[in-house]
Design a protein around this ligand. Structure first.
Ligand code: ZN
Length: 96
């Protein structure tokens, strides 16, 4: 069963609460039983430290779970924002 569009929109809204996230993509959510498992790629200013970016990623995860209690787990992939000079490696096999 694919998640309802409103569920996805609620997750997008949670992500947008963090202005430090410059963009995001590959937002995927799937049910296991009646719990939702979320994956998303978040992009940040590459000038930020790994410490800071990692902490911000955790904050987004907590925000998503707070806003959508159906969410069991959030896997976040942190990336440097190409629009701000970040380099995204092209691994040939799948889109960054
Ligand atoms: Zn990506």
């Amino acid at each position: 069963m694919a998640p309802d569009r409103r569920v996805i929109e609620a997750i997008e809204k949670s992500i947008r609460k963090s202005p430090e996230v410059t963009s995001f993509h590959k937002l995927k959510a799937r049910y296991s039983g009646n719990r939702l498992f979320v994956d998303v790629h978040l992009r940040f200013d590459p000038a930020k430290s790994i410490d800071e970016t990692h902490a911000l990623g955790h904050r987004v995860k907590v925000q998503i779970i707070e806003d959508s209690p159906i969410v069991e787990e959030v896997n976040i992939h942190l990336e440097p924002e190409p629009a701000l000079g970040g380099y995204i490696q092209d691994d040939k096999t799948r889109k960054a």
